[in-house]
Design a protein around this ligand. Structure first.
Ligand SMILES: NC(=O)c1ccc[n+]([C@@H]2O[C@H](COP(=O)([O-])OP(=O)(O)OC[C@H]3O[C@@H](n4cnc5c(N)ncnc54)[C@H](O)[C@@H]3O)[C@@H](O)[C@H]2O)c1
Length: 420
């Protein structure tokens, strides 16, 4: 059976559109292109099976092809029901990658597609949000054997991995890609900042200038969202639970309020905490008529949807990816993309040049964990600084930017306690 026959996709006839999308991002991912050339020569994954769960759009598809170019047999599934693009899935299957993914499957089918991916018995995994690892460590422990290790993409996944690790139950090493400089400084901040407004703007077709945008959580993603909201001319309000982040937001020029106050004045709300119920019943009660809610955190738990539904007399879809909740007192609250990551469920995710660095780290981390198979403990490991720096250097070279180097005297000076 070939990959098209093995795959479960929505519509194989969509492949031509998917190929165009992949070609477009490939032309804007010079760092990953260099790694692909390296992998083609070195074949680091020859004879190995790699299972990937990532938001299945064009940039991810190109990463899968780079891993395949390194000799791996690749199987891929989505990491959110609404972020999978069916044309990209069809194109990947034609390129020899087994795909178990479709846009908007029901929850049971979504899970089954993920399990099918693991039933290929992978040697290595790439996870986003920790779902593959969680399934392997709970209901499908029978598939654990043979997994050498893997790499995790995002903040939420790393929190879950660290919780597993703390209990001493992680069964293979996982590289925390999110915690590398070339990931969170650019992907979480500039990627999320830009793509969240891409998603909101294309979905609502409404103006941001002059409105009040409430950013919930001032972590790496929240900083990017707040920065771009300000650039679009919004009044920006930040809510936080961390005193240091709250001072940082204040010093960056934003108004800091508790959600009980921010809820009353926001026109747009963007949650980016990785936490649950950060906007909930008591907040819906005081919101303005017409408030627009969206989430950019990994799971759709940040806006409490059951409480919103319970306070509503009706819900209807008023535009693609916009649900109108009519509250019992007559006010309307709009929720974008069912509270799933608005930049991916209602957009194409981060820009290609940003994911170039993130996915370069993914590819190098996967090679790193495989090269050291048996030599690193079953724990969460950081991306080595050398790999992080290599990605930054490749990026600078692709931009035609050169930087200075330390002279021997400078190196000696920086390492000395006697010189001053
Ligand atoms: N949409 C995307 O493309 C994308 C990209 C990267 C990360 N993420 C996800 O976004 C989420 C945030 O990631 P991050 O890297 O910014 O994490 P982070 O840890 O840097 O920041 C999260 C912030 O939220 C704050 N917070 C927690 N609970 C809160 C609450 N109840 N009210 C207000 N603030 C609260 C924390 O204090 C922290 O400052 C994660 O779920 C991550 O997986 C999404």
């Amino acid at each position: 059976m070939n990959a098209v026959e093995r795959s479960i996709v929505a519509d194989q006839s969509l492949a031509p559109e998917g190929h165009l999308k992949i070609d477009w991002v490939k032309a804007h991912m010079p760092v990953l292109n260099r790694i692909r050339e390296q992998f083609e020569k070195e074949q680091p994954f020859r004879g190995l099976k790699v299972a990937i769960s990532l938001h299945l759009e064009a940039k991810t598809a190109y990463l899968a092809k780079v891993v395949q170019a390194g000799g791996a047999e690749v199987t891929i599934t989505g990491s959110n029901p609404l972020s999978t693009q069916d044309d990209v899935c069809a194109a990947l299957a034609e390129d020899g990658i087994t795909v178990f993914a479709k846009y908007n499957p029901d929850p049971q089918e979504y899970k089954e597609l993920m399990i099918k991916t693991l039933e290929t018995k992978p040697d290595l995994i790439i996870d986003d949000g920790g779902d593959l690892v969680t399934i392997l460590h709970s209901e499908r422990r029978d598939l654990l054997e043979g997994v050498r290790g893997g790499a995790e993409e995002t903040t939420t996944g790393i929190l879950r991995l660290k919780a597993l690790d703390k209990e001493g139950r992680l069964e293979f090493p996982m590289v925390a890609v999110n915690d590398a400089f070339c990931k969170y400084l650019f992907d979480n901040r500039y990627g999320t900042g830009q793509s969240v407004f891409d998603g909101i703007n294309r979905t609502t077709n409404l103006v941001v200038a002059g409105k009040t945008v409430v950013v919930v959580g001032y972590g790496w993603c929240g900083k990017g969202v707040a920065m771009r909201a300000k650039g679009l001319g919004a009044q920006v309000v930040v809510t936080e639970i961390d005193a240091i982040k709250a001072v940082e937001a204040y010093m960056d020029g934003f108004t800091v309020l508790p959600m009980s106050e921010a809820a009353k004045i926001g026109d747009y709300f963007v949650t980016v905490t990785g936490n649950r119920d950060v906007i909930r019943g008591e907040h819906f009660e005081v919101m303005k008529d017409g408030a627009i809610l969206s989430n950019a955190g990994h799971f759709d738990v940040e806006v409490n949807k059951p409480e919103l539904a319970a306070q509503s007399s009706s819900v209807r879809t008023v535009r693609r990816n916009i649900e109108e909740y009519q509250l019992k007192d007559g006010r309307k609250i709009y929720l974008l993309a069912e509270g799933r990551l608005v930049n991916l469920a209602a957009g194409d995710g981060h820009p290609a040049e940003i994911m170039d660095m993130t996915f370069a780290l993914q590819a190098l981390s996967l090679k790193y964990v495989n090269d050291r198979y048996g030599a690193i403990g079953k724990t969460v490991v950081n991306v080595p600084y050398e790999l992080d720096e290599q990605v930054a250097r490749y990026k600078l070279e692709s931009l035609g930017i050169s930087i200075d180097r330390l002279s021997d005297e400078q190196k000696a000076y920086l390492q000395s306690w006697q010189e001053h």
